[in-house]
Design a protein around this ligand. Structure first.
Ligand SMILES: *[C@@H]1O[C@H](CO)[C@@H](O)[C@H](O)[C@H]1NC(C)=O
Ligand SMILES: *[C@@H]1O[C@H](CO)[C@@H](O)[C@H](O)[C@H]1NC(C)=O
Ligand SMILES: *[C@@H]1O[C@H](CO)[C@@H](O)[C@H](O)[C@H]1NC(C)=O
Length: 155
């Protein structure tokens, strides 16, 4: 009987040591304006019973350390350099060790560019009664709302 109890205690210790990593710091949603930053940092950290290694996914695809675009630090932090609108997406980290692996929840990184008028209206001389087409083309992410004014009064 004593041996049996000892056996179960041992099994319990082995089982509790056999847990995979536990995430202690999850990445957060982020919205960044491309003109104010050129690099973005997402944090992820986990504890575990053996050394934890980290990987990151964007929209379900693993990111790789090579090249100058992404850097995954041994601490788990992901650095994204040369930030562009294309970096918008869902990111999550994967913490793994010999006992198992665990994903953080997905977080949304939204990279935005300021609104900018690339093709504004030009001065025009027209006859009374003719239809005039004034152009205004803009870029931005999200797309800017366009408001027109006539002599300073909303049109
Ligand atoms: C991130 O944003 C999504 C959708 O906008 C939301 O469901 C989720 O709870 C947010 N996560 C965090 C960690 O704030
Ligand atoms: C194993 O990991 C768990 C959870 O991270 C922790 O509570 C426990 O103390 C660890 N055990 C050892 C022997 O490191
Ligand atoms: C990732 O997902 C976001 C949000 O759904 C989308 O806007 C973006 O185009 C996707 N990026 C890639 C590379 O698939």
């Amino acid at each position: 009987m004593k041996q049996l109890i000892l056996f179960f205690i041992c099994m319990k210790i082995v089982a509790s040591q056999n847990v995979g990593p536990v995430i202690t710091t999850s990445p957060q949603n982020k919205t960044v304006l491309i003109t104010s930053v050129s690099q973005l940092t997402l944090h992820c950290a986990a504890t575990g019973n053996s050394t934890v290694h980290y990987s990151w996914q964007k929209n379900g695809t693993f990111l790789h350390n090579y090249g100058s675009k992404y850097r995954i630090l041994p601490s788990g932090t992901l650095k994204i350099r040369h930030l562009s609108l294309r970096d918008t997406g869902w990111y999550r980290c994967l913490a793994s060790n010999r006992q198992g692996e665990v994903y953080s929840p997905y977080v949304l990184v939204l990279v935005q560019a300021p609104a900018e008028i690339v093709d504004g209206p030009k001065d025009r001389k027209v006859w009374w009664g003719t239809v005039v087409r004034l152009q205004c083309r803009t870029v931005g992410n999200p797309m800017p709302h366009i408001l027109w004014q006539k002599n300073g009064i909303p049109a």
